[in-house]
Write a protein that binds this ligand. Structure first.
Ligand SMILES: [Zn+2]
Length: 307
């Protein structure tokens, strides 16, 4: 039998190959949270979609978003992609480290602190009105993680800056507004400036259809629940590993701290850094060589994170 026919006869089933790979890499199936919608951008970094922010269903908690701090950076020992406990007012080992670096006044150290700083994100439920890149998403309910820029636009609609503008509740199903998400790449960063709300409109005149939409809206509390944040010691040991300091002196906790983005004038004025796009975007493409289980999970978490 020729080599080629032997190869054909013993063709490896692709599923078996996947099973073997999974065995050897120890990779878990998927860390992607498919409940989240992400806008699609083309190669030039442009994207467009129409979405509608959905209200919460509990009268005692009308706030239809949750705000969360997280960190995302790559160190010599891998990725640090963790929710920041300062979200809940708790102490964060990385924010402590950043404060120390910041307080040195040394510019290069301050740059390191900037790269690792906590990033503010908001989470809401949305209804996808029109997603031209993935039409399959149209008419579906998702969670959506967004940054400061989009939050400001929501805020400006609710609390307008000028007296001739009527305050609107973007989350209202009857007279809220569709949101036209317009994404561009400006100076290498994702930019949401052109995004805008459409004129007020009813989400749907069909109450049964509205019911099917609203039935999919759940509580957002899981994101700010205590168990969504690792304990201080776990974060500290992860940080030590990521920084490649495992064999060196332990990072000392300091009793009080100020998180870097609370320090005066540093990011907002001194650096023209787009708020919705912190650094790790770059590294997203350059996946490392290591394929340990934790790295794979980190990459997948990264892919699921809208930095
Ligand atoms: Zn932190």
């Amino acid at each position: 039998m020729s080599t080629v026919s032997r190869l054909r006869k013993n063709k490896i089933n692709v599923q078996r190959l996947a099973d073997e790979l999974e065995k050897t890499s120890g990779a878990k199936k998927s860390y992607l949270d498919e409940r989240f919608w992400k806008p699609t951008t083309d190669k030039g970094g442009n994207g467009f979609a129409t979405i509608r922010f959905l209200p919460t269903l509990t009268e005692d908690d009308p706030v239809a978003w949750r705000r969360m701090f997280s960190h995302g950076f790559q160190g010599p020992g891998g990725w640090y992609l963790e929710n920041c406990p300062t979200t809940l007012g708790d102490t964060c080992p990385l924010c402590q480290e950043n404060t120390k670096l910041w307080d040195t006044g040394d510019n290069s150290k301050r740059n390191i602190a900037r790269d690792r700083k906590r990033v503010l994100k908001y989470i809401s439920y949305i209804y996808v009105v029109d997603d031209p890149s993935v039409p399959d998403n149209d008419g579906k309910v998702f969670l959506y993680k967004y940054g400061k820029k989009i939050y400001e636009k929501l805020n400006n609609l609710m609390i307008p800056e000028f007296p001739d503008e009527i305050p609107r509740n973007p989350f209202d199903i009857d007279d809220g507004c569709n949101f036209k998400l317009k994404i561009r790449k400006v100076d290498g960063y994702i930019n949401y400036d052109k995004s805008e709300f459409a004129e007020p409109s009813i989400l749907s005149t069909d109450d049964d259809f509205l019911d099917t939409i609203l039935d999919q809206v759940k509580s957002l509390d899981e994101f700010t629940a205590k168990d969504n944040f690792k304990p201080y010691d776990d974060l500290k040991s992860r940080l030590t590993k990521v920084l490649g300091l495992e064999d060196r002196v332990e990072i000392e906790p300091t009793p009080t701290y100020v998180t870097v983005d609370d320090t005066p004038a540093m990011v907002s004025e001194a650096v023209s850094e787009p708020t919705d796009t912190p650094k790790p975007t770059k590294s997203k493409e350059s996946k490392g060589e290591s394929t340990s289980e934790s790295d794979i999970s980190y990459f997948e978490k990264l892919a699921n994170t809208d930095w």
